[in-house]
Design a protein around this ligand. Structure first.
Ligand SMILES: Nc1nc2c(ncn2[C@@H]2O[C@H](COP(=O)(O)OP(=O)(O)OP(=O)(O)O)[C@@H](O)[C@H]2O)c(=O)[nH]1
Ligand SMILES: [Mg+2]
Length: 300
């Protein structure tokens, strides 16, 4: 008999949802950064243990939308809780208030039939664990959770408990993915995300949020073990293009080197990465371009 369970990972931006997904799956499939709104679309991570297959959906963080792209991101997060067996509601335990978007999502979860586990992440940052009590009391007043699990993804503390609790919710069904698969993201999307993550980490302020990365070519050579990747980095303004390239190309070089290291360890092959920078003004407010970058629901 085989079992499966579908789980959404939702919560405020920067709570550590993508970090948790990567920790569970054991591979870096979702971009992680300290900047808010790192994840832009739904990312599937798969973990099969014995007879049980767990399918996790990482989602964009809850935030106040400011443009069409962020409205799409918020809708992706909200719709990701429909028809799921379980929801991991991830909260950064150092953030004390509950946002309007969190309250709204908890309300919509009451109507859904999914079981909701409250994950209190970043407990490594709490000097005194008793501080969790007031946060739990506040959240409990809004929703009756199936379980409450304090964790630290950073210190790998409690992640296996999350997995065990999720596995308990699996029901008899075929496996929907091959047992050795850990994501349904196409390789090109993974590669583009690895490059975008490095840009998010390296760049300041508004610049990284206006960036999209497209992979124009991804081809293995016939004559040697080498993967050629041609990527285009789109930014919103000429001035941003200058920042991305940096003085004498130093910024672009730094980003490309970091991205290449990640790509090589992920794909287990030597990578020849070439990056170009282009301007597409105000693309975050243009439906056609958002779709073009695969960032709207109807593009999926
Ligand atoms: N101290 C600490 N930091 C953590 C922990 N888990 C994640 N982080 C950090 O929190 C930041 C945000 O992590 P992400 O995984 O990108 O958060 P997210 O919820 O996916 O964010 P969005 O995609 O923007 O919604 C990163 O800098 C992580 O390294 C943790 O357990 N402890
Ligand atoms: Mg994320």
């Amino acid at each position: 008999m085989t079992k499966s369970v579908f789980v959404s990972i939702v919560g405020r931006t920067n709570a550590g949802k993508s970090s948790l997904l990567n920790a569970i799956v054991g591979e870096k499939i979702a971009s992680v950064s300290s900047k808010p709104q790192t994840t832009r679309t739904r990312i599937t991570g798969i973990k099969t243990v014995g007879d049980t297959q767990m399918v996790f959906m990482d989602t964009p963080g809850l935030h106040k939308p400011k443009n069409k792209l962020s409205t799409h991101m918020l809708n992706t997060a909200k719709s990701a809780v429909d028809d799921m067996d379980a929801v991991l509601f991830v909260v950064d335990c150092t953030v004390r208030d509950i946002s309007d978007e969190e309250t709204e999502l908890l309300k919509s979860l009451m109507k859904a039939k999914s079981r909701v586990l409250l994950i209190l992440n970043k407990i490594d940052l709490l000097p005194n664990k008793s501080e969790l009590v007031s946060l739990i009391t506040k959240l409990n007043a809004q929703y009756t959770f199936e379980a409450i699990i304090p964790i630290s993804v950073l210190e790998k503390d409690g992640v296996s408990i999350v997995e065990e609790e999720v596995a308990k919710l699996a029901s008899e069904s075929p496996h929907f993915f091959p047992d050795d698969k850990f994501t349904d993201q196409p390789e090109r999307v993974l590669a583009a995300e690895m490059i975008r993550e490095k840009l998010l980490i390296a760049l300041d302020k508004e610049v990284p949020h206006g960036i999209a990365v497209g992979i124009e070519r991804m081809e293995e050579r016939d004559d040697k073990d080498l993967l050629d990747i041609d990527a285009v980095i789109y930014c919103e303004r000429m001035s941003h293009k200058g920042i991305v390239i940096g003085k004498n190309g130093t910024m672009l070089k730094r980003v490309a080197t970091a991205a290449r290291n990640d790509l090589e360890s992920f794909f287990q092959i030597q990578v020849n990465l070439k990056c170009w920078v282009k301007v597409k003004e105000d693309w975050r407010n243009k439906e056609g371009l958002i779709r073009n970058f695969g960032l709207s629901e109807d593009a999926n």
